[in-house]
Ligand binder design. Structure first.
Ligand SMILES: *Cc1c(COP(=O)(O)O)cnc(C)c1O
Length: 216
């Protein structure tokens, strides 16, 4: 199957309200160009340096999403062009994004990453921390806009477990949406679990290996 075929097959399975982020980390610019030529415009990277290098050489109408853990001292390299930061997992990071966005006269859309997995390797905020940022902090940060939440389920074969974690995230999202109208995006689901994520209410899936093949 070609990249084009894989993309078509996945897009055919996505409901209209679900956006596809093609996760292109570790893939070459030529490979990304292939997906671009098949019509894909949103790409996700997890390392800032790698994303900057690809941004420099690829078409400028690509929307680059930072999906990985972000180190505060590297925000400045992507502030000019990043179109969505998925993994905002601390107030300190949000403040730095605000500061760097201001230098470019931008408002950078961000998702707050909620910790939902049972593993302690995954980054994220808990529901109270998210609520605190939305209620008390965001008004002092005019150059960031929180447009939704992001989460990663536990890496397990247990579908009930994954479903439960996605469902928790969706509940918190729905609860907060009532008060914060800017919340529109619920980023959850990867190659292995995007069907479950969509059933549980995802509006944005981040899919890499099912499009580009397994990473070496
Ligand atoms: C790598 C990655 C993905 C995509 O994973 P696949 O299993 O290849 O689809 C999604 N989200 C995040 C945060 C990632 O780091």
């Amino acid at each position: 199957m070609s990249i084009k075929d894989n993309l078509e097959q996945i897009l055919n399975q996505l409901p209209a309200q679900v956006q596809l982020v093609a996760v292109s980390k570790t893939k070459s610019a030529a490979t990304i160009q292939e997906a671009y030529d098949a019509g894909q415009r949103i790409f996700g990277e997890n390392k800032i340096q790698e994303m900057v290098e690809k941004y420099d050489v690829l078409p400028k109408d690509i929307q680059w999403h930072m999906i990985g853990h972000v180190q505060t001292n590297k925000v400045k390299y992507m502030a000019e062009f990043v179109s969505l930061i998925h993994g905002v997992d601390s107030l300190k990071l949000l403040k730095e994004i605000n500061k760097q966005a201001a230098k470019h006269n931008r408002t950078i859309p961000c998702l707050l990453q909620q910790y939902i997995a049972e593993e302690d390797t995954k980054f994220g905020l808990n529901a109270d921390e998210i609520e605190n940022i939305l209620a008390n902090e965001i008004k002092n940060l005019p150059n960031v806009k929180i447009v939704g939440l992001m989460g990663m389920a536990t890496f397990t074969e247990d579908e009930n477990q994954i479903r439960k974690e996605f469902s928790n995230l969706k509940s918190n999202f729905d609860r907060l949406k009532v008060y914060y109208n800017d919340l529109e995006i619920l980023s959850m689901g990867m190659s292995g679990d995007y069907h479950l994520a969509i059933e549980e209410g995802s509006t944005m899936v981040r899919i890499g290996s099912a499009i580009f093949g397994v990473r070496g």
